[in-house]
Structures are given as C-alpha cells and as structure tokens.
Design a protein around this ligand. Sequence first.
Ligand SMILES: C[S@@+](CC[C@H](N)C(=O)[O-])C[C@H]1O[C@@H](n2cnc3c(N)ncnc32)[C@H](O)[C@@H]1O
Length: 458
Amino acid sequence: MSNEQSTTSNGKILLVGFGPGAEVHMSVRALQAIEEADVVIGYSTYIKLVKNLLEGKEIIRKGMTEEIDRCIEAYEQAVLGKTVALISSGDIGVYGMAGPTYEVLLKSGWKPDSGIEVEVIPGSTALSACASLVGAPLTHDFCSISLSDLLTPWPTIARRIEAAGRSDFVVALYNPKSGRRTQQIVETQRILLQYRKADTPVAIVKSAYRDLQDIQMVRLDEMKDCKIGMLTTVLVGNSSTYIEEGLMITPRGYANKYQNITGTTIEGEKRGRSLSMGLTGWKSCVREYLRSSNEYSLRDTARHFGCPTGEIISAISEANGNDSAGEYSAAIVQPEAISVIEAAKQWGLLRVVVRNNAGAVSKFMINAEDFTLRREWLNIENEHFYLHVKWPSVQQVWFIRRGDILCGVYFIDEQNETVFYLSLLRQDGAFNAPALKAFEQAWQTLTTMNELEKASNE
Ligand SMILES: C[S@@+](CC[C@H](N)C(=O)[O-])C[C@H]1O[C@@H](n2cnc3c(N)ncnc32)[C@H](O)[C@@H]1O
C-alpha cells in the first residue's frame, strides 16, 4: 500500500462487532452497517456466521493470520469510494480489528477529516455472552487477559495474571488454548492457585450462542485438564464467587451492608453511604481491630486488611483519645524536623530488620555510627555485613511505638511497603533506660514540629 494514496474519496470504513454469533444478539446499528456496506471483509468463520445478511455484497474472506491484510484491504476499498464493513465477532474494539485498522490508517497518512469516515460499532463481547450463559459471574470487578503469546511476551501476560490473582479480580481468559499453545492455560492455573482456593468456580464456555455451544463448570484446580480450544472463553471466579443451583454468582456486595441481602442494614452501616470499610472509614476499622487485641503485629494487621504496612502505620498515626489504635502510636518524620540517623546515635544498639518478598528475613544488630549516607545510598556497614539501601526509594519515615514491645522507625517506599525498620533493643523485657529516654525525646521534638506544621497549614 502506498503512502501517497489519495484519501479524498467519500469511502467509509464501518468496523462492526456483531456479538457472539447469533443474529438476535447483534445490535441494530451492526445490522444497519452490514446492510449499508458495498463490501464486507472478514475472517472466513465470521463471514459464515453472518452469511444471511450478505446477499448482493462483495465479500472478501481472509484467513486468521491475515489481520493486517484485512485492514489494508478495507482502506484500499474505501479509497475507491466504497462503504466497507470490516466485521469481527464480539466487540470489534476488544481484541479485535479496530486497533490494527486505526494503526494502519494512521501509518498511511489518513486523518479523521481526510475524506474517509471511520465508525466503530460496538458489540456484545464474548465475555458478556459467556457470562450470561452461566449465571452472573461478572457482577463485580473483573478483568480480561488474553493468553495468546503470538504478539505479547509471556512475562507480560504472566505479570498480568499475577496482578489479577493478587487483586482478587474475576478473570476472563481469552484465547486460552490452541493446537500449538497448550501450556499457557497450565501456567495460568499454576499462577492463579497461588492466590485462589483450589475450589474457586471456573466456567469454560465454548462457542457461546453458536451451534456447537458447550459449557463446563469446574474448579480452578481442574481447569487445565478440561476441554478448551480456540473458541472458548474461561471465566475464573474471585474469592467470593460461588456456585448454587448450577449458577456461577459473584456477589455484588449487598451482603456487606444488609442482613440477608434484603433485610435491614447491618450495625454500623448506612443506606446510600460508603461502607464503614470505605475510603474514609476503613482506617478507623484498622484502629478498632488493633484495640480489640494486643496480639496483632503490624504485619498481621497488614495481612488481615490486605494492604501494605505503610497504610496501617498511617491509620495508627490518625488515632486520638476516642479512637485509639490500642497499644500503638505513630508519628511521621518530616525530614526538616529531625535527622533519624543523627537521633539514632543516642539509642544504643539497634536491631535492623529487612524482609524480601520471597520470605527471607534478615535481622542484625547495628550502632547508628554504622550509618552513612553517600549520594543516593544509605549504607549500613560494620565488620560483619553491608546493607545498602537506595535512599530515594524511601518515601516516608515513621516513628512507631507499641507499648513496651516496640520502639522503632519504619522506612516506607512509594508503594507503602516497608524497605526496612529498626528498633531499640529490649533486654530482660525492658528497653535500655537512656536509649528509651532519647527515643522519647526525639519523638517529642517530632510531634511538636508536626503540630506546629499542622497549625501553620490551618
Ligand atoms: C480475537 S478474540 C475476539 C474477541 C471479541 N472481539 C470480543 O469482543 O469478545 C477471540 C477469542 O474470543 C473468545 N470468543 C469469541 N467468540 C466466542 C464465543 N462465541 N464463545 C466463547 N468464546 C468466544 C475466545 O476466547 C476466542 O479465542
């Protein structure tokens, strides 16, 4: 295709998503668009699916791997002044031809006002169609991931599956398996099982609303051994999805607010208001949790609420007399208020704790003299070890106190995760008295500065 082709004709490209396959699920506009077209271009299976609508039209069939050819053909026909319908199953903008068509057009010098009109006509996606056949699995947050690694690197796909698993999304898996790509679904099951229970409901829907429609309802640990092909979409439930009477249901959340879903509001909740665990209320729930027992560590609490430790510390820092955080208190360090590295020189022997995500924990004893800040590195070095911390990754520093158990400082990154923390040593169940006094003095200086700052901002 030449870049010099004129785009001044009045041709038109209609990008039509015709839904899952049955004509009754096509939108009125999709039917009109095919009716309007002089030329219909599509993958041969799609042409077959809408054959009843094609009488008298020029038909250009292309194979599955000829996607870019379909776009070029559509453009070339439009340049000749024809109205072209490029058809695709589901929604043409969802893993469909809308993207490649615009890419090809823009590369060819086409502009929205250059004479060839382009219209994208939405359709019901495979995931909506498949969901409708098995109950209501998508009534809460979900995402779709294509397992095709023909154009997307596998590590990218794997990271998306992990993120979806970790974030408790219902997941719709497109392009789950083909004759050549048989292991992607096996890997997907392995990754999701790290975050989901083995009996998580899974719906495997083949050829929704087409002649060979087939539905299997299975558990996540059975998924990889099921009959899955190119025309299948797999829906994996989240942690609250259940099967009842053969229906796969993901609750919308009403049970969080109303007794038995339809009854009166649960104590502490209000109709039409955010949940008590909503954006403004959830930190108060953290403090209530910490008040309810003296047993919970910061890590236990972070795990319980499914959030990073930095957010728990921030919730603690907002405690007050009526809404305490049990034994915990916290104060943020404004870098201009005190230098922790300087202050720590009065705190004697300190314990430093570093954890990595793979489960290793390092604990070691240092003196504040072991700290040096050199360009962007905070180095903690003595004759036994080196710890180098990329200092710009530390975004917040917090003083933390937990009764007589913990006096420490947490260094938190941008994601609110702990980079490392240090704490005063306890011997025979008590902190060293001068060290404790110096720590409390530093805390006092800090809270005074924080209060002054707060007052000046008000
Ligand atoms: C290239 S994508 C097309 C997606 C489509 N544009 C959409 O909006 O859903 C092809 C994949 O869609 C899914 N798919 C398309 N039609 C389907 C149907 N009728 N039943 C089940 N899955 C379908 C399968 O996962 C298939 O591998």
